[in-house]
Design a protein around this ligand. Structure first.
Ligand code: NOJ
Length: 480
């Protein structure tokens, strides 16, 4: 079987540059109520009618919990430098703040040992959105300040248990989705539709980040371990100069609401002003911003597409909504996808140039902070064929996407950006949140009936990338 020649790059992977693959607990693990795991807000949400495509839940997902050894062997075959995964808080502390579940902790400890035995370094996220349900019920989840202190304790505990072996820690993954999609737009767990609640959640996530950084610093013992946060800082591009004010607004509510307190020690004045009619921000107590602003070693960035922005000219203040829209002030700002770009199965535009420019600009903005691309990848419709009697997935679109985005990352580095690594989203096909099991982001296919894993063409390409440390071309590639 031959395939179109995919365009390669002449760039080599620099020494020390980190390559890996990423996942998240609720999206792959399954075993939702096994071995003492408590429910999370994503269990409750996905089991609520009408919340996810086809009523999908993470009950089984890719069943990674029961396939962990086979999955580790696949990672070894990919020659990954690192594997990024998240810990399910409610597997380790079922009610979020009470007793520890030893079986839950053991699962992650064994996973880490399995990685190290295969020469792969663990990169651990503490919060990839699956908050213990008990904390939602008791404190209103991230709306409650108490949740930030429960997170501090959780960080301290896992830091003490796993901090002798983890290479990179991240407090949160994409707090934007956690707060704005979860508490303002309501399309993600816990499904609340109030912008003030989204802003409260954002603040308590920032506070929790600062508390957790200090807790990790106290407990981790691996000398060169790094502490980070993973933000999906958006690449914001106004269509015309007349749209710059709309872009500023979006940048404030989507990006600087996190980078302000976490990286610079204060909420931006324009954000407070823009959102004054949604909240008085009284939930930010004196001293909070200093807590949020802890030194970190690395900034994780997730990139999928450029956010193209224009002003909405029909804005009517009387129609501005207090919730249920994408973000506070959505009525003034239009996010649009221009023609002329290829699209993924999510409908997202394919713009590697956006990643290159984004990394260069971010690194210039935070010159002291190394950056790592913690997620990049694409969903495409995969077709299962057969080669030599075995299932095979030829995914030239995804493979070309990865070639172009790895190349963009390396070019940004050549232009002076401090970029430490690139991780592909995702190792495995998985539960894509409200979109269920339709979109497939994996470089390894998961058959959800048999749970069989099949490395796609993109996985073979990624393995070659990791092994040869060159960005390989793929001509006439045959997979057996
Ligand atoms: C970012 C999120 O961190 C991850 O959970 C999600 O699956 C991917 N984007 C793709 O949407």
């Amino acid at each position: 079987m031959t395939y179109q020649a995919l365009h390669a790059s002449d760039l080599a992977i620099p020494d020390g540059f980190i390559l890996g693959a990423a996942t998240a607990a609720y999206q792959i693990e399954g075993a939702a109520s096994e071995d003492g795991r408590g429910p999370s807000i994503w269990d409750t949400f996905s089991h609520t009618a009408g919340t996810t495509a086809g009523g999908a839940t993470g009950d089984v997902a890719a069943d990674h919990y029961h396939h962990v050894t086979a999955d580790l062997d696949l990672m070894a075959a990919l020659h990954l430098d690192v594997y990024r995964f998240s810990i399910s808080w409610s597997r380790v502390i079922p009610d979020g703040e009470g007793a520890v579940n030893p079986a839950g902790l053991a699962f992650y400890s064994d996973l880490i040992d399995g990685l190290l035995e295969r020469g792969i370094s663990p990169v651990v996220t503490l919060n990839h959105w699956d908050l213990p349900q008990t904390l939602e019920d008791k404190y209103g989840g991230w709306r409650g300040r108490e949740t930030a202190y429960a997170f501090e304790r959780y960080a301290e505990l896992v830091g003490a248990a796993l901090g002798d072996r983890v290479a990179i820690w991240s407090t949160h993954n994409e707090p934007w989705n956690n707060s704005f999609a979860g508490y303002g737009h309501g399309v993600f767990a816990p499904g609340i539709t109030r912008h003030e609640d989204a802003l409260k959640a954002a603040h308590h996530l920032n506070l929790a980040h600062g508390l957790a950084v200090s807790a990790l610093r106290k407990t981790i013992t691996k000398p060169d371990a790094k502490v980070s946060i993973v933000l999906n800082i958006f690449r914001v591009e106004p269509e015309t100069p007349a749209d710059e004010e709309a872009a500023r607004r979006f940048d404030a509510v989507a990006n600087r609401v996190f980078t302000g307190p976490v990286l610079e020690g204060a909420y931006p004045a324009d954000l407070l002003e823009d959102t004054r009619h949604f909240t008085d921000w009284a939930f930010v107590l004196p001293g909070d911003e200093a807590i949020c602003h802890q030194p970190i070693d690395l900034l994780g960035v997730n990139y999928y597409e450029v956010m193209h922005i224009r002003a909405r000219n029909d804005f009517n203040p009387a129609l501005e909504q207090a919730g249920g829209t994408e973000f506070p002030g959505s009525e003034r700002v239009e996010l649009f996808r221009p023609d002329g770009f290829a699209r993924t199965a999510m409908g997202w535009t394919v713009e590697p140039r956006g990643l290159e420019d984004h990394l260069v600009a971010l690194s210039a903005q935070y010159p002291d902070l190394p950056i790592m691309v913690m997620e990049n990848g694409a969903a495409f419709e995969d077709e299962v064929t057969e080669v030599g009697g075995l299932p095979a997935v030829m995914d030239p679109d995804r493979t070309q996407f990865l070639i172009d985005h790895v190349t963009a990352t390396l070019r940004a580095r050549e232009r002076g950006a401090r970029i430490d690594g690139y991780l592909v989203w995702s190792l495995l096909d998985n539960f894509e949140w409200a979109a269920g099991y339709g979109p497939r982001f994996g470089i390894i296919r998961v058959d959800y009936d048999t749970l069989r894993r099949t490395p796609k063409l993109s996985a073979h390409w990624f393995a070659e990338l990791c092994q040869t440390r060159n960005v390989p071309a793929l001509e006439a590639k045959v997979i057996v």
